[in-house]
Design a protein around this ligand. Structure first.
Ligand code: NAX
Length: 324
């Protein structure tokens, strides 16, 4: 039997975690042979609800679950954590400006970054799901000087998976036929889902779909998918977000041959200078990730990649004073 790994989940009484914690407990993230210790964080007013979630997790009698810790103290939740999924965040309240939202979340993620720095495993892998995810990941990372910035990532996998499905359906193929999808930039409406490098069942995507569909249907559909889910369901994406978080962590930890999109520290690749968490195409191997280099871009792509970069730089500017 393998040694158990410690998995911290924040916002653990929220709707994404209501799917995420159970799927991790069932072995969907790290495999059916990997025991887990769940370390669940909530704010104090949500502790009753969190205890209800713990009761249900216990009632599942999951063979892989060794222990469940429920706490409102980030130092406890992140103690020796091997994986941290930062899902909890402050939603936009009535009358709240974008800047207020950035600042409210910056306060949460600076505290959590420090708590990770002080308590987590030195090899912790961090995924930020809570919005604005890229900038929250940046804040957490800047507040964790003893950890490598590359250990902090933001979730773009839901956008990536959405883009794959839209293209597969348009081409009349299965989602597993789609290769080399890339979503660049920010997890927001400026993200750039790019099919220029994609193949569907071996054929370049650009030969299968019309340019007009790509620019005026596909891109806005992927960018606005979160809003469409809220309109249809009356609540934001939850099970699909949890599934994407599991895909992201599984591929990072266990590797994949597929090109996937991850929000990671910009390193100058593709002209995106450091200082923001930007989504790039990556391949995951040996427990790490590498940016796929050498992709060519036309003027349309360059402009889209720049627009989403500009938005991330503006988000950064709004929270600069909290970056430590
Ligand atoms: P919920 O409001 O259902 O749950 C959030 C939970 O976080 C609540 O239980 C709340 O008490 C808790 N929380 C708030 N502050 C906390 C703190 N400081 N420490 C610990 N817990 C805290 O939201 P849910 O639908 O689960 O969504 C969670 C976050 O994911 C939101 O910010 C949402 O915008 C974001 N999303 C990000 C996506 C992505 O692709 N990156 C997609 C899905 C989702 O929209």
């Amino acid at each position: 039997m393998k040694q158990p790994v410690r998995i911290a989940i924040t916002g653990a009484a929220g709707q994404i975690s209501y799917s995420l914690a159970f799927r991790i407990a069932a072995g969907d993230m790290l495999g059916k042979d990997q025991p887990v210790i769940l370390q669940l964080l909530e704010i104090t007013p949500a502790m009753d609800a969190l205890n209800g979630v713990v009761m249900e997790l216990n009632d599942c009698a999951f063979p892989l679950v060794q222990e469940i810790i429920a706490t409102d103290d980030a130092n406890v939740a992140f103690k020796d954590a091997d994986f941290a999924l930062l899902v909890g965040a402050r939603p936009r309240g009535p009358g709240m400006e974008r800047k207020d939202l950035l600042e409210a979340n910056a306060a949460i993620f600076s505290v959590q970054g420090k708590a990770l720095n002080d308590n987590a495993s030195r090899d912790v892998r961090v995924l930020v799901v809570g919005n604005p995810a890229n900038t929250n990941a940046l804040i957490a990372s800047c507040n964790a000087p003893d950890l490598d910035a590359g250990q902090f990532t933001a979730m773009m996998r839901l956008d990536h998976n959405r883009a794959k499905t839209q293209l597969a359906q348009k081409a009349g193929k299965h989602v597993t036929d789609v290769e080399r999808m890339v979503v660049w930039g920010n997890h927001s409406a400026t993200q750039y889902p790019d099919i220029a490098h994609c193949k569907v069942a071996g054929t370049p995507a650009a030969e299968l779909v019309e340019r007009d569909w790509y620019e005026n249907d596909f891109i806005p559909t992927v960018q606005q998918r979160g809003a469409a889910i809220i309109k249809a369901r009356g609540a934001s994406s939850a099970a699909s977000a949890a599934s994407a978080a599991i895909d992201h962590m599984r591929d990072w930890a266990l590797g994949t041959d597929e090109v996937v999109s991850m929000g990671i520290p910009a390193d100058g690749s593709y002209g995106i200078e450091p200082g923001i968490i930007y989504s790039y195409p990556v391949v995951c191997k040996n427990g790490g990730y590498e940016i796929v280099q050498g992709l060519e871009h036309d003027d349309f792509s360059k402009q889209k990649m720049k627009a989403t970069e500009d938005e991330l730089r503006q988000e950064r500017a709004a929270v600069e004073h909290l970056l430590g």
